[in-house]
Design a protein around this ligand. Structure first.
Ligand code: ADP
Ligand code: MG
Length: 352
C-alpha cells in the first residue's frame, strides 16, 4: 500500500455551499418562514403564498412591501448581504426579523430562485434570476406593482438526500399552513393568503389560509382555529418590570378544552418554540380543565434583546434566554391571574 496515499480532499465550493444551505433551509416551511419575515420587514400589508407539491415544486410569495432596489438585486443572493445589520453590535439592538443575510443566498443554492421587485420611486419592476448565489444575467425591466415577488422552484433539486426525506407533499403543505397561520395571528391587520395551485379535485385546490386586512387578532384566531376557540378567549396583558418583560396575547378559558395544546409563541416578534414554557402553561390549565383537556395559548413576549440569544441557528426554533426559570414563572403567573379573574367574574355573574 502506498503510504503517501491521501484520503482528505477539499470539497468543491459549490458542494460546501449546498451543504450549508441545506442546514439553513431544511424543508419548504423553513423557507416560507424566512420569506414571510422578509415581507414583514419590508412593511408589507398583504402577503400571498402560492405553492405546488407542498412547496417543493413551487413556492411563491408576493408582497406589497417597499421592494428591493434594482442595484441591490445584483448582490441580494450572495451570502451575508443584508440591509439590516452593519456591525456585530447591531445584533443586540436588532428588531427586524432577519439579520444574517443568509436566507435568500441559501435558497439560491438549493433551488431555482427568481425575484421580481419594484420600489416606490421607480416606474417598473425588475426581474432577476439566481443560481448558486449569483445573478444569472442583468435584471430585466418588467411590468408590476410596488413590492416583491419571490419564486422558488424545484427546492432541493440538487440535493437528492434531502428529496428522499419528503414523503408526503400534504405534510409539507400542512407545515407551511401552520407557519402562515401563526404569523397571521401575530400580525393581525395584515392580510395573509395561502393558495394551493395543484390538487386532484377542485376542493383540494385553492385557498387554505386566509385573513383579511384590518381583521382583529380575535377574529383571526376564530377564523383560523374555529369559533369554539375564538369565542372563549381571554386577554393576557402584563408587564414584569424587573425583567423588562411584556407579556400579551389571548388564551382559552375553562370552557374550551382541546385534545392537544395549541401554543403560538412569539418572542420579540419571532415565531419560536420553548418546551419549558409550553409544559409550564399546560400545567396551569390542569386546575381549570377536565382531565385530558388542553388549552389554546397565543402569547407575544417582548423582552430586552440583551436577555435573548438572537444569534441562534435559523433551524433551531427552540429559543434561549437569560433568567429562563424566572421568565417562565412570570408568564405562568400572568396566565393564571387572567384565568382566575375570568373564573371569578363568571361565578359572580351566575350568583346574581
Ligand atoms: P436578511 O433578512 O437577514 O437581511 P435575506 O437573505 O433574508 O437576509 O434578505 C437579504 C436582503 O434582501 C434583505 O436585507 C432585504 O434588504 C432584501 N429583501 C429580501 N426580501 C425582501 C422583500 N420581500 N422585500 C424587500 N426587501 C427584501
Ligand atoms: Mg431575511
Amino acid at each position: 500500500m502506498d503510504a503517501r496515499q491521501t484520503v482528505i480532499r477539499r470539497l468543491d465550493e459549490k458542494v460546501v455551499n449546498r451543504i450549508a444551505a441545506g442546514e439553513v433551509i431544511q424543508r419548504p416551511a423553513n423557507a416560507v418562514k424566512e420569506l414571510l419575515e422578509n415581507s414583514l420587514d419590508a412593511g408589507a400589508t398583504s402577503i400571498t403564498v402560492s405553492i405546488k407539491f407542498g412547496g417543493l415544486k413551487l413556492l411563491q410569495i408576493l408582497d406589497n412591501g417597499h421592494g428591493i432596489h434594482k442595484d441591490d438585486l445584483e448582490i441580494v443572493c450572495e451570502r451575508f448581504t443584508t440591509s439590516k445589520l452593519k456591525e456585530f453590535d447591531d445584533l443586540k439592538a436588532i428588531s427586524t426579523f432577519g439579520f444574517r443575510g443568509e436566507a435568500l443566498a441559501s435558497i439560491s443554492h438549493v433551488a431555482h430562485l427568481s425575484i421580481v421587485s419594484r420600489t416606490p420611486n421607480t416606474q417598473c419592476s425588475y426581474k432577476a434570476s439566481y443560481l448558486d448565489g449569483r445573478l444569472k444575467e442583468k435584471p430585466k425591466p418588467t411590468a408590476g406593482n410596488v413590492g416583491t415577488q419571490i419564486t422558488v422552484e424545484d427546492l432541493f433539486y440538487n440535493v437528492p438526500t434531502r428529496q428522499k426525506v419528503f414523503k408526503s407533499p400534504s405534510e409539507e403543505h400542512q407545515k407551511i399552513a401552520n407557519v402562515i397561520t401563526r404569523y397571521a395571528v401575530h400580525n393581525s391587520g395584515i392580510s395573509f393568503t395561502l393558495r394551493k395551485l395543484d390538487g386532484e379535485t377542485a376542493l383540494s385546490k385553492g385557498v387554505s389560509v386566509k385573513t383579511q386586512a384590518g381583521a382583529t387578532c380575535i377574529e383571526n384566531i376564530a377564523s383560523l382555529f374555529g369559533r369554539s376557540v375564538g369565542g372563549e378567549l381571554i386577554e393576557v396583558l402584563q408587564e414584569d418590570k424587573p425583567f423588562k418583560l411584556k407579556i400579551n396575547g389571548y388564551v382559552s378559558n375553562a370552557n374550551c378544552s382541546m385534545k392537544k395544546m395549541v401554543f403560538l409563541l412569539f418572542i420579540n416578534n419571532r415565531l419560536v418554540e420553548c418546551s419549558g414554557l409550553r409544559q409550564a402553561l399546560n400545567a396551569v390549565y390542569q386546575a381549570y380543565l377536565p382531565k385530558g383537556g388542553h388549552p389554546f395559548v397565543y402569547l407575544s413576549l417582548k423582552m430586552d434583546a440583551n436577555n435573548l440569544d438572537v444569534n441562534v441557528h435559523p433551524t433551531k426554533h427552540e429559543v434561549r434566554f437569560l433568567h429562563e426559570e424566572a421568565v417562565i414563572e412570570s408568564v405562568q403567573t400572568a396566565v393564571d391571574a387572567a384565568l382566575l379573574k375570568c373564573d371569578s367574574s363568571r361565578k359572580f355573574y351566575t350568583q346574581k
